[in-house]
Design a protein around this ligand. Structure first.
Ligand code: ADP
Length: 686
């Protein structure tokens, strides 16, 4: 296998100011929540991307001083020499693998969180109502004086020098996402009457002066870049036409343009979920800006296909492929393209688990268990240490995300034999029917990637359509057994909040449905029924089922005790689009409502203030919680002697069978079992 001709363009070097990118793959700034607070985790995470072939690996937004303290968010501050030392650890680790290291200097202005520094926020002007930071403290920001502007410009120059001194090759100034410079560019925020307000030239002055200072400070040693959000929605944004003019103005000051779309207020336009925005969507907008510059342009657009990437470069619209999520899912993406191993690429699914986990304080990935574990656990996305005792024969029962991941890991580590057995005829477990839900087709990349790996591993066999009992398992002849039998949706209406079944619900009654009955067994309410979907879980399932049934012609209502319909979707940035789609499909939505009872003719509940709620309907879909299917594990482990007689050294329970959790966690469980640190093949009992 070798580099395909039509991908060769992706491996041409590109000069950016005084530096050379070894190819056209640019790992753009993206948050990790590791940063300077967990410097070793951060350094190892970034190093693996450099090792995987990215030409540049960038740190996340790095605030230049206390007035832009972003705690508890995930900025990697570069305020002083101690911060610098932490950055250096990362920079050195990236350099060791031949990549350039980039930093994105940042000030949040009115959006800065300032929880630790407790400084007042800055705003461009006092005449416009300021937008509060998404989760920040209350208050009206301080209007920046010309002295404040001067101090912040100097803070950027000082931070740039600190960055240069610790070895950064590329210094970016962040002028996007609705942060400080974008606030100055916006006529919504900026109503100043001095030389920093009014015309577009005046509104750009602060940004241009800062770029000039940064260039003067480090431009001989570093490539100077700026990230510009070229179209942002809402009154606070700026238009694509403004962006074209801005690119012309700043062009002499930069060596590289880093373009994206969207702001903190429409973040889903930048971190586009696959169920809402197709790959490559930004290209049309980038084409408009291209006319204004001959400098290299890096552009992001949820790229995952090397064909589309090469096409985008060939079209001349972008010079460099910008990527965050694909680099999280597969750090070795460039190397695999170079080696012509396209089928081995672990494609990003665009489900934005990275974003929701980042906002919860630790970025993780639903495709790649090793992301963020490179240091603490020493995991590597491509290297699998041989088993210390490979003479193991492993039976994995259940070919869902957990079972597949465990089986692949153990086979890659050289187990003599791994059999992956499932009662149904295909791989994927609970994910199989999920990918047929409206908009979730790309979630199938999880299964596709693993199916290809399973096909390639000679010591791993998938055995479909075989349900195993405890006796079958004992008779199988395996030395180690992994039970990954998944979970089932409860049909009783019990929720984590009530700990009680929903009054009136008769499990299995003709008017009561669970996701399993609808998606796995294909059951449906009578035609034209009014269906209530009770989504006490708040993940993707409830609203996806509501959309499916609405598309099939049912009259659908969603009732949720959460403060928002598709509550989790607001963290994965899908929420607004999901709700808009339900609304336009005629689905009625009720939030902050807990059901108290259900009958064949309708449901009864209470609202936030105990106010009564009732809704007539003919069928009820319960999306409340899942319980583990662990009977096989219990039956096996209760009789240790029988296991011993059968020659079974250890039995493990993983994934949803252990504790039903999101996809990323079930997969992580499988990976953890397979890699060193656990005991399969070490002779220790499980
Ligand atoms: P996880 O998310 O933990 O990987 P899933 O629910 O996705 O779990 O997958 C569990 C799989 O286990 C399902 O495909 C199911 O058919 C299979 N399974 C459950 N019990 C048995 C059994 N006794 N024998 C074989 N396969 C089983």
């Amino acid at each position: 296998m070798s580099l395909a001709d039509h991908h060769k363009i992706l491996f041409e070097p590109v000069a950016i100011g005084p530096k050379i990118l070894r190819n056209r793959f640019y790992n753009v700034p993206h948050g990790t929540a590791y940063g300077v607070l967990r410097p070793s985790t951060w350094a190892s995470y970034r190093a693996v991307r450099a090792e995987g072939g990215w030409a540049a690996v960038s740190a996340e937004f790095s605030s230049v001083g206390p007035s832009s303290d972003e705690f508890p968010l995930h900025s990697s501050d570069i305020w002083d020499d101690e911060d610098g030392r932490r950055h250096k650890l990362m920079v050195d680790s990236v350099h060791r693998h031949g990549a350039l290291a980039g930093i994105e200097l940042h000030h949040g202005g009115a959006h800065a969180m300032r929880r630790v520094s407790r400084e007042p926020a800055f705003s461009a002007s006092g005449l416009a109502p300021e937008l509060p930071p998404p989760a920040g403290p209350l208050g009206t920001p301080k209007v920046m004086t010309v002295d404040d502007i001067e101090r912040i410009e100097q803070a950027f120059a000082d931070a740039a020098v600190r960055a240069r001194d610790v070895g950064y090759d590329i210094v970016e100034v962040l002028a996007g996402y609705g942060y400080l410079f974008a606030q100055f560019l916006s006529t919504f925020h900026n109503r100043r009457t001095d030389e920093y307000g009014g015309s577009l030239e005046n509104r750009a002055r602060f940004w241009l002066e800062t770029l000039g200072r940064v260039r003067d400070a480090v431009g001989d040693d570093c490539a100077i870049a700026t990230r510009l959000s070229i179209e942002t929605q809402g009154p606070w944004g700026h238009s694509i036409d403004d962006s074209v003019a801005l690119v012309r103005m700043a062009d002499p000051l930069v060596d590289l343009w880093d373009l994206n779309v969207g702001s903190v207020l429409d973040w889903g336009s930048d971190i586009s979920p696959s169920r809402v925005i197709p790959e490559g969507r930004n290209l049309e907008l980038f084409a408009r800006v291209r006319q204004a510059t001959k400098k290299p342009v890096v552009g992001v657009s949820r790229w995952t296909s090397p064909d589309l990437m090469a096409q985008a470069v060939r079209s001349g619209v972008i010079d460099i492929v910008g990527s965050a999520r694909q680099s999280i899912a597969d750090p070795f993406f460039p190397q695999k393209v170079r080696e012509g191993r396209i089928e081995d690429i672990r494609e990003c699914m665009g489900i934005n688990h990275c974003i929701s986990s980042l906002d919860r304080g630790n970025m993780t990935c639903a495709q790649n268990a090793t992301a963020g574990e490179e240091y603490r656990r020493g995991w590597h996305p491509e290297r699998f240490e041989p088993l210390s005792r490979p003479d193991v024969s492993v039976l994995v029962v259940g070919a869902g995300p957990a079972g597949m991941e465990a089986a692949i890991g153990l086979a890659k580590r050289g187990a003599d034999m791994v059999h992956l057995v499932d009662s149904v005829d295909q791989l994927g477990g609970h994910l199989g029917p999920v990918v047929r839900l409206p908009g979730l087709r790309e979630w199938g990349r999880f299964i596709d990637h693993r199916m290809i790996q399973i096909d390639k591993l000679p010591n791993l066999q998938f055995i479909p359509s075989t349900r195993l009992s405890a006796d079958d398992v004992r008779d199988y002849g395996a030395s180690h057994v992994v039970v990954a039998t998944g979970a089932r949706w409860l049909g009783t209406g019990l929720t984590p909040g009530t700990h009680e079944p929903l009054q009136g619900v008769v499990e299995g009654a003709s008017w009561v449905f669970t996701p399993d009955e609808l998606l796995v067994r294909g059951k449906r309410p009578a035609e034209k029924s009014h269906v209530t979907v009770y989504d006490a879980e708040g993940g993707y399932m409830g609203t996806s089922i509501a959309q499916l049934l609405a598309d099939e012609g049912y009259k659908v209502s969603v009732v949720t005790p959460h403060s928002q319909v598709a509550a989790e979707g607001d963290l994965t940035l899908e929420g607004p689009a999901v709700r808009a789609s339900l609304h336009s499909s005629g689905v009625a939505m009720y939030r902050e409502v807990s059901l108290t009872s259900a009958r064949p003719e309708g449901v009864i509940g209470v609202g936030e203030f105990d106010q009564p709620f009732s809704l007539k309907s003919d069928a009820l879909v319960l999306v409340t919680m899942r319980s583990p299917i662990d009977d096989l594990y219990q039956e096996l482990t209760i009789d240790r002697e029988a296991l011993h007689e059968a020659g079974i050294e250890a039995v493990y329970c993983i994934g949803d069978a252990l504790s039903p959790r999101p996809l990323a966690e079930a997969m992580f469980d499988g990976h953890r079992l397979a890699v060193p640190g656990h005991d399969i093949g070490s002779g220790e009992p499980g």
